[in-house]
Structures are given as C-alpha cells and as structure tokens.
Write a protein that binds this ligand. Structure first.
Ligand code: SF4
Ligand code: SF4
Length: 414
C-alpha cells in the first residue's frame, strides 16, 4: 500500500520556491513537470484518487532526480527519497525500467561484465563512431555519442597501491563503475597526488558500483545487493574517498545511513573536499596556467559542499577559476536519463552552453556523467576546451618531486 511510503509528499506547502530551480519546469513551463506538480501526483497516487497511467508515469520519468528542488525547499520535503520510493512502487507494480537502463545497470554492478565490456569496447571503437552509429539500433546511438573518442585505456590497479581492505589511518578509494572504462585518468591522477602528499591509500578489491543507477530507478533489490557488497568491501575503513558526486548519496546510504547498525561508519568524502582539507596553502606550479571554468554538477550542489572546495583547491595553484553554466541547471546527464531522453537532455545542455566556454578553456567538474556529457559536446563542436577533474589539474600543474616510497607506475605506462 503506497500511502505510508509517500506521505511526506504532503509536507509540500505549494510555496513555489522550488519552481525556478527545476530544469524540467524551466523547459516545459508545465506544473506537472515541476517538483510541486510531481509531489501532487505522488499524493494523488498515494490516496488512490489518481490513475497511474502512461501520462502519470511520463511526468515522473522525465524528472532528472537532480534534487535541486530539495536543496531549496523551506518545508524540507525529501523529494529525492520520495522519487526513489514511487519508482520502487512502479517496479513492484510490474512497470519495468527501460531495457537500455537495465543493460547499463546490469553491467555497472558486475565487475566481470565491466571487464568484458572493456575488452570489447576497444575493438568496437576501432570501427569509428560514424560506422558504429549506422549499425547499432537507434536506442544505443546515444551511447556512442557519449563515449570519448578515442577511448581511454581502461583502469588497471597501479603498481605500488595496496589492493586490500583499509586499516586505521588509511584512505580507501572508491573506483565507481563506468569511470573505470570511460574516465579512468582522474582515478590515476588522484592516486598520484595522494601518494605525493604522503597519504596512505588503498583500493578495497571487492567494491562495486555505488548502486545509484539502480536506486534512482526504483530497483531496490539490486541497489541493496550492491550496498551489501560495498559494506563488506569497505568494512574497517575510516575514510572513503569518492571522485564523482553522483555516487556520494548512494554510497552514504549503503555504508553510513543503512539501518543505523554500522558500529563505526566511515566518512564518505568527496575528493575535492578532502584535498581542500589536506593540501598546503600554496603549491608551486609546473607550467603557465590555462583559463579554468568550474561546472557544478547537480549532485554537488544538492548533496555535497558545492564548488567552494574546488575553487580553493585550484587557488592553491594560483588559478582564479570562474563558475560556468551555473544558472542553467542540469546538463542533462542525470544517470541514464540523458541516454533515455536524448532530445530533452540536448535541450538542457544547450542552456549550459549559452554562452559557450572560451576556446582552449579547461572545464573542471566533479561528476563523470557531466564530464562525459560536456566532453562529448565539446568534441562534437570541435571545441578546443577540455574537461578535467580537480585531481587532474593538481596532478598536471603541481610541481613536486614524486615520493620514492610509492610508485604509481601507470603514469609511465601511458
Ligand atoms: S519548495 Fe518545497 S514546499 Fe515549496 S512548492 Fe516546492 S516542494 Fe513544495
Ligand atoms: S529532481 Fe530536479 S527535475 Fe526533478 S522535480 Fe526536482 S528539480 Fe525538477
């Protein structure tokens, strides 16, 4: 019975504070595409006075789950949790998630499937994006558009970094899922920077996807399966470092919130916040700085400390980075949303690119979905800008002698 599950939707006082912050409302100017409208739909469903037809689910499907509404709501309506809940009810009622989502989520949560995909992606990419687009079904084309060209070398654990559970005083690195295939360089850069700071870092080997893809689509069993894996993998860790803000909430709910039984839950900390805490006040630079812009992923705005730590980290190297795309809201990535609704996603991205970044600029972002989406757009437009994680900027621009005791050898392998 959905009533109890969705009762928090009634906390909405219809004040409309959230409306200017909602990207889907900004595009459609339709109440049913706003947080307030969606909460009213949830309430109507819970009371049994609304029929859950295709139009009903469509309004909820188009929600990005960005939680920008939740971040500004004076009534503290837990919008994200309610959305996860109604989607879980949708799944329990037999309405399945789209096939493309299910495929991506299946691979994300199984390291063997990720490894297999890594082995098949490279030969497939050798065909080139255009021929691939022609032979693939139209539902898979957005995947080709999103993947970087050329594909990076997939993640391999570097020599010199311990692959084991974390002990007291060590930092445990969370690897994510598709980051290992499509954006592994920030992971490598982070390990190099931490090693050069003298911070003992380990990689717990049994870790898996944070479960955000499953949780936000209402696939509760799969999300719980992944959470249980990660609880085992990170048992004993005091600090877990996460590079992508999209993984923060799910990992927190798996390792910290859970059912409150974790005796000493670890601190799940976003990488730029951690670096802001441990870096010295000034760092020597290796080269002439480039113009840097800072993009704010929705999850960084609504669930992390915002971009202030990113700006402070970059300022250590003398960068005066400017915010970019801030007022436009979501870039359209939003988990698998951008792949399932490519046209709506492109319209959101247009708003971020108005105005476009200057040629040659570096765009710093802390979330893989945003990084891939923004990077694909730059590539398509033959723009000379480049996407970075803050760790990559540190790794590239910080002039320091590497610590001899730790050898992150992947740098020399590339
Ligand atoms: S800000 Fe909160 S209370 Fe106000 S309309 Fe939006 S969801 Fe409802
Ligand atoms: S989660 Fe984002 S897209 Fe969905 S209603 Fe809230 S602000 Fe709008």
């Amino acid at each position: 019975m959905p009533e109890a599950d969705l009762s928090a939707s009634r906390r909405c006082v219809r004040c409309a504070v959230c409306l200017p912050h909602c990207p889907t409302y900004a595009m459609a100017l339709d109440e049913a595409e706003s947080p307030r409208g969606r909460l009213a739909l949830m309430d109507g469903y819970a009371r049994g006075i609304l029929e859950a037809d295709e139009a009903f689910w469509g309004h909820l499907d188009r929600c990005l789950g960005c939680r920008l509404c939740e971040a500004v709501c004076p009534a503290e309506v837990p919008y994200g949790a309610l959305l996860d809940r109604i989607r879980a009810l949708e799944r329990r009622g037999g309405r399945r998630a789209p096939r493309l989502h299910r495929g991506l989520r299946f691979v994300a949560g199984r390291p063997w499937a990720l490894a297999l995909l890594a082995r098949t992606l490279r030969p497939a990419a050798a065909f080139g994006a255009r021929p691939l687009r022609r032979i693939l079904p139209s539902s898979l084309r957005p995947l080709v558009d999103l993947a970087p060209h050329p594909l990076p070398h997939p993640w391999r654990p570097p020599t010199g970094v311990a692959l084991r559970p974390a002990h007291e005083g060590e930092v445990a690195l969370f690897l994510g899922c598709y980051a290992r295939l499509l954006r592994p360089e920030p992971l490598r850069a982070t390990l190099r920077v931490l090693a050069d700071l003298g911070i003992r870092t380990v990689i717990p080997p049994r870790q898996t996807c944070c479960g955000a893809l499953a949780r936000h689509m209402g696939e509760e069993e799969e999300a719980e399966r992944l959470a249980a894996h990660n609880r085992q993998a990170f048992a004993g860790a005091r600090t877990v470092l996460v590079l992508d803000t999209g993984c923060l909430a799910s990992l927190r709910s798996a390792l910290v919130d859970d059912d409150g039984t974790a005796s000493a839950p670890p601190e799940i900390v976003e990488a730029s916040s951690f670096l802001d805490r441990v870096l010295p006040a000034r760092l020597p630079q290796t080269r002439v700085p480039m113009p840097l812009l800072v993009h704010t992923p929705c999850t960084q705005r609504s669930l992390a400390a915002g971009t202030a730590p990113v700006h402070r980290v970059l300022a250590r190297l003398g960068f005066e980075a400017k915010p970019w795309g801030q007022g436009a809201g979501c870039c359209g990535a939003a988990g698998t949303h951008g792949l399932l609704h490519p046209e709506a996603s492109a319209a959101l991205l247009d708003r971020v690119f108005t105005p476009p970044p200057p040629e040659g600029a570096g765009i710093v972002t802390c979330n893989i979905g945003c990084a891939l989406t923004l990077g694909a757009r730059l590539e398509r437009e033959k723009h000379t800008g480049k996407i970075f994680h803050p760790s990559e900027i540190l790794d590239l621009f910080w002039d320091r002698p590497p610590k001899a005791s730790v050898s992150v050898t992947e740098r020399s392998q590339e």
